[in-house]
Design a protein around this ligand. Structure first.
Ligand code: IMP
Length: 396
């Protein structure tokens, strides 16, 4: 019987700690697949104290026997991928890239940054990586796909014409030609029909894990528009972004942080622009993996988490960074809204749970907090993370 692909999805505004979970789970999967986003993502994985920051390559790369797929729904900045791949040596037969994935070109980055500048105070606070303009070109049928690099001459002409269409001064043709030649040489060996590859894998009963980037509340359709990213970050994005039918999605694991963070602008009702937010940022090292920006921090927002669990069909939750509350006397959860204002419920804090490895080791107050989150979201918390290392994990 064919198997189904399990899925990891962020429940908040990204940065929930998906990298750690995918890395833990990747040990058990034959295939790990990215299906949307680009190098705006930053997944941090810590193994034996060594930190790896992944932006485009699926987190399965740290499991030597996993095959990693960058699906058609991802947008790729070629040189970012080439540089990132260098840290892992030879990836032949361990990395495949959809020939239909669209490329982020330098002018997409220029357009992204220029638009943000022109918006002034109203800017989105993008990562400035060209994500929006690259997806815009894809949707308006003006994109360049990885497979297009096979005809280098034509790819150069297409890229030149795009500069023209956007009213931008192109770089010298020789520069574009040398870029295209480098990208072809370095990336085309990994190009494949990854949809077919995935179907074959599932038909052969292999285990596949879909790795979502960003989070539900940044989804272009269901997030806090216009303060969103430009892809469908929710579970359904995995179907279009990897070439799977909804019937081929198996278990959906939602990743949720014990509190909320957000990078960039946009609504965040439970934000704490005060000592509490500062303490969360400091304890949780809440600075962007991709951009180094300080993240906005606040209490857990239960109504939003419940919404996210529903829209993704979450089967179980992984609760990340519970130890960041170590030393808090009081912890609050936004349990409802009254006229747009958060209504909080207060919980007693705890001294220290960092590195706890069994649920019974947790103080009663921490167990109460976990139980409240389960009750408010209606979803079981199957895993609790109490530190950055692979081993600082409680399985229930
Ligand atoms: P863009 O994806 O660079 O266009 O940025 C759009 C919004 O999504 C901004 O608020 C970014 O801060 C946010 N964003 C994009 N990628 C990530 C991520 O990986 N983690 C958290 N926020 C992100």
């Amino acid at each position: 019987m064919a198997s189904k692909a399990d899925l990891i999805v962020g429940i908040q505004w990204g940065d929930e700690g998906k990298g750690k979970i995918v890395d833990l789970l990747a040990q058990k999967y034959d295939f790990v697949i990215r299906y949307q986003g680009g190098h705006n993502a930053g997944h941090t994985i810590v193994i034996d104290g060594k930190k790896y920051a992944l932006h485009l390559i699926p987190s399965g790369v740290l499991n030597p026997s996993a095959v990693n797929i960058i699906g058609n729904g991802v947008v790729i900045y070629p040189d970012a991928l080439i540089d990132e791949a260098l840290q892992f040596g030879d990836l032949t037969n361990r990395l495949f890239i959809s020939q239909n994935a669209h490329l982020i070109l330098d002018y997409h980055i220029a357009l992204d940054q220029a638009k943000e500048k022109s918006l002034g105070d109203k800017k989105i606070g993008t990562t400035g990586r060209g994500i929006g303009p690259a997806y815009a070109d894809k949707i308006s049928r003006a994109g360049v796909r990885l497979g297009d690099l096979a005809d280098q001459k034509s790819a150069v002409e297409t890229i030149l014409s795009r500069y023209d269409q956007h009213g931008l001064t192109p770089p010298a043709k020789a520069k574009i030609a040398s870029d295209v030649a480098r990208w072809s040489e370095k990336l085309l060996p990994f190009a494949a029909d990854t949809t077919k590859m995935l179907w074959d894998a599932l038909d052969a009963n292999k285990k596949a894990l879909l790795e979502g980037a960003q989070g539900t509340l940044l989804d272009v359709d269901h997030g806090t528009y216009p303060f969103v990213t430009s892809s469908n970050t929710i579970a359904s994005g995995a179907c279009s972004g990897a070439g799977l039918s909804p019937k081929e999605i198996g278990k959906v694991i939602g990743i949720v942080k014990a509190y909320c963070t957000r990078v960039g602008n946009g609504p965040f009702a439970a934000e704490q622009s005060n000592d509490i937010g500062d303490k969360l940022r400091e304890n949780g090292e809440e600075f962007g993996t991709s951009t180094g920006r300080a993240r906005r921090c606040g209490w857990f927002d239960a109504p939003l988490a419940k919404f996210a669990c529903r829209i993704n069909g979450v089967d179980e939750l992984a609760l990340m960074k519970l130890d960041v509350f170590d030393g808090f006397d009081e912890i609050k959860i936004c349990v409802d809204y009254d006229d747009g204002k958060p209504v909080y419920k207060s919980f007693a804090g705890w001294d220290k749970i960092a590195k706890a490895r069994s649920f019974d080791d947790l103080p009663k107050t921490a167990r109460n907090y976990v139980a409240a989150l389960e009750e408010l979201t209606g979803v079981k918390i199957a895993l609790i993370s109490t530190g950055a290392d692979r081993n600082d994990t409680i399985y229930r």
